[in-house]
Design a protein around this ligand. Structure first.
Ligand code: ADP
Ligand code: 5GP
Length: 211
């Protein structure tokens, strides 16, 4: 490893959004498996734990009272009520992680993206995935085999509304070939890590060079 690779840097918040079925989960899983410097942001929720879920890994499971206290005390970057349950991104843990150089992956929609960006523009990198065509999006949703025909139709109806928010992102990648798309997402992450303002160790390093 060269000297410059070891320089301390601030972590970043890497947001991946896409219309449902475009490949966000596939890309996110691969990124988490192959890149040891990024971890999934763990949200807090009031919904009951599902079988197989682990507190602190899948979510921080909290009571409604605790959640409301966290809202009151401004402990969330963003929060939302979904199907009657509350979900939010806790600030304190992520702030400390970012400072220590930890990157976080967010798998959130355009509204959550906007909220996060408003709270912390410097640390946020927004990436939007698009399907190569509407027909291919439909084929992927059907091929995934996880949803009924009604749910697939509802996702297709919502897809165009989600696509219309493409201009709220820093990067847009068309997910045609999965390997090519993944490579592009990795390139974005690598380049963003090298932004001067994230490389907090640079000042001392350059000072040494100039001695
Ligand atoms: P999302 O999380 O955006 O809803 P998924 O990652 O679940 O989407 O992908 C939807 C389906 O499409 C999955 O079955 C996945 O294997 C498949 N898929 C994802 N990317 C590609 C691709 N580039 N080419 C073909 N199939 C893909
Ligand atoms: P589930 O209960 O199935 O795990 O999640 C339900 C919904 O809540 C999903 O659409 C998921 O994206 C959303 N969600 C999970 N965590 C958060 C969060 O921290 N903030 C927001 N805004 N939505 C979240």
């Amino acid at each position: 490893m060269s000297g410059s690779d070891a320089l301390h840097r601030r972590g970043l918040m890497f947001i991946l959004s896409s219309p449902s079925g475009a490949g966000k989960t596939t890309i996110a899983r691969r990124l988490l498996a192959e890149d040891s410097e990024i971890m999934l942001s763990v949200s807090a929720t009031t919904r009951p734990m599902r079988p197989g879920e682990v507190d602190g890994k899948d979510y921080h499971f909290v009571s409604r009272e605790e959640f409301h206290r966290m809202v009151e005390e401004d402990e969330f970057y963003e929060w939302a009520e979904v199907f009657g349950q509350c979900y939010g991104t806790p600030k304190a843990h992520i702030r400390a992680g970012l400072k220590a150089g930890q990157d976080y992956l967010f798998d959130i929609d355009w509204q959550g993206t906007q909220q996060l960006y408003q709270k912390d523009q410097q640390d946020v990198v927004r990436v939007f995935l698009l399907p190569p065509s509407i027909d291919e999006l439909s084929r992927r949703l059907t091929g995934r085999g996880t949803d009924s025909a009604e749910v697939i139709q509802a996702r297709m109806d919502r897809a165009k509304a989600e696509i219309s928010h493409w201009d709220g992102y820093d990067y847009v990648v068309v997910n045609d070939d999965i390997d090519a798309c993944f490579a592009k997402v990795v390139q974005i992450l690598e380049a963003e890590r090298m932004r001067r303002q994230r490389q907090t160790g640079l000042i001392g390093f350059v000072r040494e060079l100039l001695k």
